[in-house]
Design a protein around this ligand. Structure first.
Ligand SMILES: Nc1ncnc2c1ncn2[C@@H]1O[C@H](COP(=O)(O)OP(=O)(O)O)[C@@H](O)[C@H]1O
Ligand SMILES: [Mg+2]
Length: 355
């Protein structure tokens, strides 16, 4: 659905990928992202299938990140995080590791299926040109006015439960002192039973409030990550911390609920500027019946300043659980209902003051 606007592109590994890594024989490629390629592989000793991640870059920074990913994954043992199995080296800058082979699809494919009927609409969305910039920033807006019936409507509880589990997994890694730093729909897998799994810890900050080392050194490196999901502080090259992940998750849930990320443009640079300077279109502009509590929660995740976002992933998971529970009891307030009550008050209806 959404083309990844990668912000960095170091040189790709020129050498050919070997067909065997330790005890594992490569079977087929499963996916590749900015940093590595992931293959299905077979362990002939145990007749089991695993996934092998291999670095596709041969620069020192990528190699360092890859080794950090291995260290972080070795530490994290949780059902919401892909399980590490074994690591090794095929050459001086050719580290690899084996992990459990996941069955299911990425969150990106989940979104595509959810919005498949609307895929063409998403491509031809008219854009709002916002801001006084050299190049215009295009902000997605609903194609032909808000939708009374959104593809999300019948699956809101499922989506709420899915994200509640994503936030629980993120709460868990934060408790272990790890900030993921690159949460995006291709870095979250949805198992066949609907439970999410976090992948790709290549940009993880291992300390509770750490960033990419020194600001001057960092300024020389390209901004790493996927433009649509980067937090303002990552773009400004400031300190990242657990609430950086909350911003990325805000972008992801926004995309699942509307079919488009909060900021989109042809150029990654325009998306980055929008994260720093612009407010996204309200979700109710896409779907007026969205529960107000859900829209408010997503907007709180998208706050530009970390201190204005919810304090922890656990708090967000709790709020999502409440929203799902109110959906189950059919009591979630929509913006239309809020507007109706405002209209009633304006027309002389009585306001009920909180005690
Ligand atoms: N354990 C796994 N099982 C199945 N598929 C996987 C697994 N790990 C990764 N993938 C697939 O490979 C893709 C790239 O993996 P990822 O770790 O994100 O690499 P990169 O660092 O290059 O982005 C993922 O988006 C997913 O489609
Ligand atoms: Mg990835």
């Amino acid at each position: 659905m959404r083309q990844a606007l990668s912000t960095s592109a170091p040189a790709e590994q020129a050498t050919k990928t070997p067909s065997r890594f330790g005890p594992y024989d490569l079977v087929r490629i499963l996916g590749q992202g900015g940093m590595g390629a992931v293959y299905e592989a077979w362990d002939s000793r145990t007749d089991t299938r695993v996934a092998i991640k291999v670095l596709r870059r041969d620069d020192a920074v990528s190699c360092e990140r890859f080794r950090r990913e291995i260290q972080v994954l070795k530490r994290l043992r949780h059902k919401g995080v892909v399980s590490f199995l074994q690591d090794g080296d095929c050459g001086p800058r050719m580290p690899w590791f084996a992990m459990e082979l996941l069955q299911g699809r990425t969150l990106r494919d989940y979104n595509s299926e959810l919005w498949s009927q609307s895929a063409r609409d998403a491509i031809t969305l008219p854009v709002h040109v916002v801001g006084d910039y050299d190049e215009p920033i295009h902000v997605c807006s609903p194609r032909s006015g808000p939708r009374e019936v959104s593809p999300v409507a019948s699956r809101l509880k499922e989506i709420g439960r899915l994200y509640e589990q994503v936030f629980r997994a993120v709460e868990r890694i934060h408790a272990e002192g790890v900030t993921h730093g690159d949460l995006s729909p291709t870095n979250v897998f949805v198992r066949a039973d609907g439970s999410p799994v976090l992948l790709d810890f290549g940009l993880a900050a291992p300390g509770r409030s750490e960033v990419v080392p020194d600001k001057d050194e960092n300024a020389l490196q390209p901004i790493a990550g996927t433009a649509h999901y980067l937090a303002p502080e990552q773009i400004r090259r400031e300190r990242i911390e657990p609430r950086t992940d909350l911003y990325s998750l805000g972008c992801m849930i926004y995309e699942t609920l509307t079919g488009t990320p909060p900021f989109d443009a042809l150029e990654a640079a325009a998306v980055l500027r929008a994260h720093v300077d612009l407010r996204p279109t309200r979700l109710s502009a896409f779907w007026p019946r969205i529960p107000a509590a859900l829209e408010d929660l997503v907007f709180s995740l998208l706050e530009k300043q970390q201190q204005d976002r919810p304090r922890s992933a656990g708090i967000v998971a709790d709020r999502l659980a409440l929203i799902v529970a109110s959906e189950e009891h059919g009591s979630a307030g929509t913006h239309q209902q809020s507007l109706r009550s405002c209209a009633a008050i304006a027309a002389g209806g009585q306001r009920v003051e909180a005690a």
